[in-house]
Design a binder for this molecule. Structure first.
Ligand code: NAD
Length: 406
């Protein structure tokens, strides 16, 4: 039924239950937090409901329709701790500034002036989305990572006008659903996606230069990543990766040459794990051992500069761009402490090693980083490092050089 807005106060509203929205819903269900789910597609609502299992403590509330036709449903847990003081709205709709802005332009009317509004954008600037929000002090980023059930962190993003009260409310909520927050400043990709974009793009460039998928997977594991970068692309979804990659490239055009693979996959409707077909094929949620035959054909279309590489080369080409990007993000003030980047790598990307992420580079050593940059930076943009950062590597460990780079 169409119900009057603003919607009831003191609730959790999850807007957009696509790939990541469904995973965020599951995090709320696992934490026994009642929530409303809303989506412009009623099939998406149905798919979300079908994807979760509710025990007898749960019941369905009212079906609703908002003035623009967005439909929704309340999921109620009989937990006395609810409802909350103020509503919290977490938006996970398509990664386009115009679409997010037009949603948030209505948020005041739909959820009331007291609600805390959050966007789960991966790459758009919070401050830019906030231009559409009536009270930008109540607006922040709350960024989750796929696969959400295996990534125990969120980034809480402070826009230029976000108030401290809003940051605290977001952090409390993130803790409440078991996703400890890392508060970061606003900037394209924040920390995690900023580091992830050159890494994932590099894996696709290497694939088109003839590096076998098994070697990419092996190199990622040597580095300390929990899965192949190609499999992670399938988890994230190829379209979302494409949007995120474009947003990164628009902000940092010198930092990568976009691989044509994502566009090729979209053309062939190989959209990722949620569709059962991406770079790999998926049957009953199990990944095929090898890339899908059609993916190999797409690769052939974009094949160039074939090179045979050792595992150690592939490790350098995947890992060093992340180290460079983290230093640039620090220089931009997204976060200042190396501990924040270690936390982001572990909690956001599942870095598995039993030592902090930065130690990987100290073990690699400054000389090897410098010579890898020298060797590869003409071939791939993500290996280009600022002269001051290379200068800082002279005679000291990469972690110390990172700290000194401003
Ligand atoms: P998706 O396309 O799978 O899902 C988007 C959902 O939003 C769809 O169900 C769609 O029907 C709905 N929608 C679109 N416009 C809407 C509107 N105006 N009102 C209500 N519902 C609307 O996309 P996704 O991969 O889940 O990504 C969603 C957002 O989350 C993007 O901003 C993305 O960058 C971000 N994100 C994605 C990931 C990931 O790994 N996929 C991780 C973190 C953040």
């Amino acid at each position: 039924m169409t119900i009057p807005t603003p919607l009831p106060p003191g609730r959790v509203y999850l807007i957009g239950v696509g790939i990541v929205g469904r995973a965020i819903l599951k995090a709320h269900i696992d934490a026994r937090v009642s929530c409303w789910i809303l989506d412009q597609s009623s099939e998406a609502i149905q798919h979300a409901v079908d994807s979760i299992q509710l025990d007898t403590h749960w019941q369905f509330g009212t079906n609703i329709t908002l003035p623009d036709g967005t439909t929704g449903l309340e999921l109620i847990h009989n937990d006395l701790r609810q409802p909350r003081d103020v509503s919290i709205v977490i938006e996970s709709i398509v990664e386009r500034l115009d679409v997010k802005r037009s949603f948030f332009a209505n948020a005041h009317d739909w959820f009331g002036g007291e609600a805390i509004l959050c966007s789960n954008t991966s790459n758009l600037r919070i401050t830019e989305i906030a231009e559409a929000v009536q009270d930008a002090s109540r607006f922040a980023g709350m960024h989750f990572f796929m696969p959400v059930d295996r990534r125990p962190a969120t980034e809480v993003v402070r826009g230029e006008l976000t108030s401290q009260t809003t940051i605290e409310a977001c952090c409390d909520h993130a803790e409440h659903i078991g996703k400890p927050p890392l508060v970061v400043a606003d900037g394209p990709g924040f920390i995690v996606n900023r580091m992830l974009s050159p890494y994932l793009n590099e894996s696709l460039l290497l694939l088109c230069r003839g590096t076998p998928a098994e070697q990419l997977e092996r190199a990622a594991e040597i580095y300390g990543m929990p899965m192949s970068p190609l499999e992670l692309i399938d988890y994230i979804g190829v379209r979302t990766m494409f949007d995120a990659g474009r947003a990164f490239w628009q902000s940092f055009p010198d930092r990568l040459s976009p691989s044509p693979m994502l566009a090729g996959l979209i053309k062939k409707k190989r959209l990722g794990r949620a569709d059962g077909r991406g770079l790999y094929d998926y049957a009953k949620d199990h990944r095929s051992a090898d890339l899908a035959p059609e993916t190999k054909q797409i690769c052939e279309t974009y094949r160039r500069h074939e090179q045979s590489l050792h595992d150690s080369d592939v490790v350098e080409l995947l890992s060093i761009p992340m180290w460079i990007e983290s230093a640039l993000a620090k220089r931009d003030g997204i976060a200042k402490r190396i501990e924040d980047f270690n936390f982001a790598m572990r909690g956001g990307l599942g870095f598995t090693a039993d030592r902090p992420w930065i130690d990987f580079f100290d073990e690699m050593g400054s000389e090897r980083i410098t010579s890898a940059v020298d060797r590869w930076s003409d071939i791939t943009a993500a290996m280009k490092a600022p002269a001051e950062l290379l200068h800082a590597l002279e005679g000291q460990d990469p972690s110390q050089a990172w700290r000194e780079f401003e």
